[in-house]
Write a protein that binds this ligand. Structure first.
Ligand SMILES: [Zn+2]
Length: 73
């Protein structure tokens, strides 16, 4: 088996390895970029979902406040 050393953790890995089995880093640049893009996209979605939840809460709160003011509940 032909091996090389992982540039991230210096462990011995297969010459054709796309991902290091020791530290989990992607050795293929395209694959790493793709994976990072996917991760940042997923993080963005989570942030947007959190923001959306807060906005909905504020809108509901505003409506409730308005009803209290209008009808004196
Ligand atoms: Zn490694």
């Amino acid at each position: 088996m032909i091996t090389k050393n992982c540039p991230y953790c210096a462990e011995e890995i297969h010459i054709d390895a796309k991902k290091c089995k020791h530290c989990g880093e992607y050795l293929d640049d395209n694959l790493r970029k793709k994976n990072q893009e996917k991760e940042s996209k997923e993080q963005k979605i989570i942030v947007e979902q959190k923001r959306g939840g807060l906005m909905t809460f504020l809108i509901v709160l505003a409506i409730v406040a308005l009803l209290i003011v209008l009808f004196g509940v």
